[in-house]
Every structure is written in C-alpha cells, then in structure tokens.
Design a protein around this ligand. Structure first.
Ligand code: F1P
Length: 610
C-alpha cells in the first residue's frame, strides 16, 4: 500500500515525482505529498488530502522546485486522512521521510522520542522514523549510517526513503517487508515502491532485497545488505509495458480491462497450451521433476486471487486427481498447519507484493513444502523472486483496483496447471485433449459473454436502490458467486454475500424478501437440477432473482425472475465465462451509483501491509 517515488538529479525533479505518483495512485489515494531539496539545501513540502491531482495543482501554483525529492501517495493505516498525516513527515525542518508499511513499535518509540524533546505533528507511525534518524544524525554520523542505525530500532514493515537538508544530493532508502526498486538513470537516480512509477525515466532497475539499506546519489548507488555488508545487486532491464494514461477510449480502466479479457487470455495461452507437457517452459526450470512428485497442492492467496484458488481446487481434484487445500494467506500465516507429504505450495497474486501472501510463502519455506510456485502477473515482483517456480499471467498492467482480467488469467493458468499435474496422475489422453479443446475456445466464449453488456446495463438500474444482495452458485461456480459478490461490494458498496446454494436453507433463506436481489449462476452442468430446487426455495419466499443461465438450462423470465442468457460453453471453462457478466453487473451498478469505479473508497490495488 502507499506509493513512494524519489529522485536525485541535476534537473528539477518535480514532474518526475508527480508522474510517478499518478502511476502509483492505485496503491493508495487518500492524500499525497512531496518534499523537495534545492541545490542550496532548502527543504520545502507540499501535502494535500485527496488524489494526486490536488497535489499537482498545488505544486503548479507554488512553482515548486527541487533537484532531490521524495513523494508519497497514501493509504491510511495509522491516523485519519488529514493533511497533517500525509507524507512526507519532517523531523524539525531537517529530515524528511516517506514510508510504506507499519512501524509496529511506534507507540513506545513515540514515548521515548517525546521524552527526548521531539514534537509530533501527526498521528502516524511514520513520523517516528524521521525522528529516530534525526537522533542518529545528531551523533555526527552520515545519513547512510543514521538510517542503518535507525532501522535497528524498528519492528514491523517498511519501505522508507529519507532525505536530509545537510546532504542535499542523496536519498537513503531501506527495505524490510515493503518493496522498493532503484531506477538507474544517466547522472540521475530514482527510487520507487513499484517500477511502474519510473518507466518514463528509466528501464534499468535494481530490486532491493529484504534488509537492504542503500544510498542513492546522482552518479552512485551503494547498497548494504541486512548484515551491513556492501553488496552488488543485479541490474534488470525491464520489459514491462505500461501507459497508465491510456483508457483506450473506455470510461474507466475497469471497463477497458473487462474488455481486454479475450486478448489477454489469448496471450496467456499462446505458446503454452500447445506446449503443455513442457512444464519447465511453463512454470520454470525444474518444474517437470517437481510436478511429477506432487501429491498435494496447498494454495494461498487473498481477495480475488483467493477465489481463483477456490475455483482451482475443483479442477485439480476432479481432473488432475491431486488433493488440494486453499487458504486465505492472513489465516495460514498465523496458525500451525500440517504439511502434507510432497506438497506443492502455490501462491496467487496479481501484484506479487501482497504482504500476507508473501509472509505465507516465507513461512512455507520453513515448514518444509517440497517447492513453491507462484501464479503472478508482475514480473520481478517479490513473490516471483522468492518462489522456486512461477507461472506468469500475461494480463498486462491492471489499473482498476477491483481485479478483473488478472482473475480470469489466473484461472486460465490453473487450467494449465491442472493439465500439467493431470499428466502425472492418470488424466487420460482423450480427456486431456477435450480439456485443451475447451480451453482454446475461451477467448471467443468470453467475447460472446461480453455481448451480455447491454442487457446487464439495463437491469443494473434495479440494483441502484438496494442495500443487500445474495449470490448463489454450486460446485466450481460457488467461488465465482463469491467473486461476483466481492466485485459488487468493492465498487458499488452494496452489501453482497455469496453462498453455495445447498447452504441456503441453513440460514440465509431467512434474509429473502423483495429488497434482497438474489443472483444465481446457472450453467447447464450436472448440478443444474439441484440448483433449480434452490431457485424454487427462493421463489417460494418471495425473492427476486437474476439468473445467469445457459440457454439450455431452460429458465424463463417472469415477475420474480429475470434470466440473462450466457453463451453455452464446456463445463470446465464455465467458471471463467460466467465471471464476465458478473463483472459487468458490478460495473454498471457502480456507474449508476456514481462511485469511483477505478479507485473505490478505502481500498488499494497492492496490499503491502498486513
Ligand atoms: C489481492 C487483492 C485483490 C483486490 C485488491 C486488493 O491482491 O485482494 O484481489 O482486487 O486489489 O488486493 P493480489 O494478492 O492478487 O495482488
């Protein structure tokens, strides 16, 4: 969470910082700020609540200038959304700091620092960083040494950048738990919490590792590892394409990303689906010999990615004959779990930086999983770097906070993992071919599913005044119902719950009335008759239903039920196809409600704090 950008240059860095913040706004957008040092060592600061554009207006009207600068877009953890809690934070008018993460011991630190005469002007944990560094500087050390000493006092997670008025041509940065990447320029250098921020100025990056502290000057970058040893880190040439400014004519990034799904699934499949037996090419070197031995798959993820894992479980157990458990990362990491024999840990994440998922991966390494695979959309992200194997979803940058194309490409990845594991666990060639043929129809089936948009836009009106809703599905469509409910919650702020429809009579039926729309996911599969009985249970209690159904499922619209036809497809790909109309539903309801579709309140795209 929170976006960080910093620069040291000969030129004025203000535009670089603002452009970087705009590109990072998906990480948090409740307030933003910038601190600048000019060549004479004058330190200035501008902070604004609200989006980066508010800050940009203020920066322009004040004609701000600086050759060294740090900037931040905030997702509040400690302290409300006010100008005073916005970063950068100062210690006196000497040290400025931006921070991503949580300093967990900030309460005792605050007490100690107050006793030493420091005054606090915010409610944040971050402000302690500036004061501790300042305290170290008073002992006559360099900024680098001051930060190296200061970090010894912090527990929790931080990606932090510090500048000091007395050393105007450098930044010192430290990483522990929150990602930071150094961007290398010619006679100028940069820092950011995500390479996307720096793509307009460089493509050469150094990804800092856990415990690294680095001094970033105009012409020199010096990195020290967690033991204080000077180290060389690899310089990586980025291949990431990203133009955050481009909505390609769509009103929102989310809509653009929904419509990109046929193309990005095609990308994700290309060169892979016809090469499914070459596990090393798909999942990384050594994958074949690892997958051969897998007896159990443990999937760990959060949010939408967790729903991808829940869906994958149905496929892995049914078609690959491998037992599978799925758990939310924040639960897994804090309980004692038993490790199955020959168990493969699979993390799923669009960002590759989700703090809980990363912590779960690190824990799993200690617990003795045979190997760790990540299904991820961001090359070079922490999860990719720290996993043994990686399957890269090729969804391209996803800017809308509510995940759409990242989710369906994750599901596509799991269909391929199912085939790869199936090969070693008795999946018959004939069935394998049937699955491959079905997977290949995905892009065109999704195109057809997108044609439901007009009908859905029309029925979205009926949701605008509702406060609650219920999503129902069975089998592999149960997690899709969960994902549909999550999308509606995230962007329209309508309370939405999902149930496996067999559970209806165990409680949720009590909620049914005409104010509670019930959304049913109804492909024409072997569970259809069971689902139809559940639909009747809702109808008998006066519920209003919206049924997303295969035409051959023979549902008919009437006073209490509106049927939306979804194109017929093979059962195995139905969870992906039925996701599309549910994404569209949440989008059009949000549009009518006038919410901020791409940046819904209180959320962020990359959840780098636990
Ligand atoms: C997990 C997640 C996303 C969601 C939102 C917040 O992220 O819950 O699914 O859309 O952006 O984070 P990740 O682990 O998949 O990056």
């Amino acid at each position: 969470m929170c976006g960080i950008v910093g620069a040291v240059a000969e030129r004025n860095v203000v535009e670089i910082l603002l452009e970087g913040l705009k590109r990072l706004e998906y990480r948090g957008y409740d307030s933003a700020g910038v601190a600048l040092l000019d060549k004479e060592g004058n330190l200035s600061r501008i902070r604004k609540t609200g989006k980066v554009k508010n800050l940009a207006e203020a920066v322009e009207s004040e004609s701000a200038l600086g050759t060294t600068g740090i900037a931040h877009t905030r997702w509040a953890t400690h302290g409300g959304v006010t100008k005073y809690n916005a970063h950068p934070h100062f210690s006196s008018s000497r040290v400025a700091v931006v921070h991503n993460g949580i300093i967990e011991n900030y309460v005792p630190l605050r007490k100690e620092l107050t006793a030493k005469g420091y005054t606090f002007s915010s409610d944040t944990d971050t402000e302690t960083i500036g004061h501790v560094v300042h305290e170290m500087l008073k002992k006559g050390t360099s900024l680098l040494e001051a930060v190296q000493n200061a970090v010894k006092h912090f527990t929790g997670a931080y990606g932090t950048v510090v500048i000091d008025k007395e050393s105007p041509d450098k930044m010192v940065v430290a990483r522990s738990g929150s990602p930071l990447v150094i961007g290398l320029g010619l006679g100028e250098n940069f820092i950011a919490s995500d390479q996307l921020a720096l793509l307009p100025v460089t493509r050469r990056f150094i990804f800092l590792e856990e415990g690294d502290v680095a001094e970033v000057a105009r012409r020199k970058v010096t990195i020290f590892d967690k033991d204080g040893e000077q180290v060389e880190r690899e310089i990586i040439e980025s291949t990431v394409e990203h133009d955050a400014g481009d909505k390609a004519g769509y009103r929102h990034y989310m809509l653009k990303e929904i419509y990109e799904q046929p193309a990005v699934i095609r990308n994700t499949l290309q060169d892979r689906i016809d090469n499914i037996h070459n596990a090393d090419a798909l999942f990384g070197e050594g994958a074949s010999s690892i997958l051969k031995q897998v007896k159990h798959v443990q999937i760990i993820a959060c949010g939408t990615s967790y729903h991808a894992g829940m869906t994958a479980r149905y496929w892995l157990e049914e078609f690959a004959n491998v037992s599978c458990s799925v758990e939310i990362a924040s639960e897994f990491r804090y309980r004692k779990s038993a490790v199955h024999e020959n168990s493969l840990l699979v993390t799923i994440s669009q960002s590759g930086e989700t703090a809980d998922t990363l912590a779960a991966l690190r824990l799993a390494k200690e617990l003795g999983y045979m190997s760790a695979l990540t299904v991820c959309n961001v090359p070079g992200s922490s999860l990719v770097r720290e996993s043994d194997l990686a399957f890269m979803t090729l969804a391209g940058a996803e800017i809308g906070v509510a995940s759409t194309k990242a989710f369906t490409t994750q599901l596509t990845a799991f269909l391929m993992l199912t085939l790869a594991l199936g090969k070693f666990n008795g999946l018959a060639e004939k069935n394998e071919q049937k699955i491959i043929d079905a997977i290949k129809t995905l892009p065109s089936k999704i195109e057809e599913a997108l044609s439901t948009a007009e009908v859905i836009e029309d029925l979205a009106e009926e949701f605008a005044d509702k406060h609650h809703s219920l999503f129902l599905g069975r089998g592999a469509q149960y997690p899709i119902a969960m994902e549909g409910a999550l999308k509606l919650k995230e962007i329209s702020y309508i309370h939405a719950e999902a149930y496996a429809s067999g559970e209806l009579k165990h409680g949720p039926l009590a909620l049914i009335d005409e104010e509670m729309p019930v959304i049913v996911v109804a492909p024409n599969d072997e569970l259809l008759e069971k689902l139809k009985s559940n639909v009747e249970e809702v109808r008998a209690r006066g519920g209003i239903m919206y049924v997303f159904a295969d035409i051959d499922a023979h549902f008919e619209s009437d006073d209490t039920m509106r049927v939306i036809n979804v194109p017929h497809c093979e059962d195995i790909i139905a969870p992906i196809v039925y996701t599309i109309p549910l994404q569209l539903l949440s989008y059009y309801v949000a549009l009518i409600k006038g919410t901020d579709v791409d940046q819904p309140r209180n959320l962020a795209k990359s959840v780098t704090v636990e």
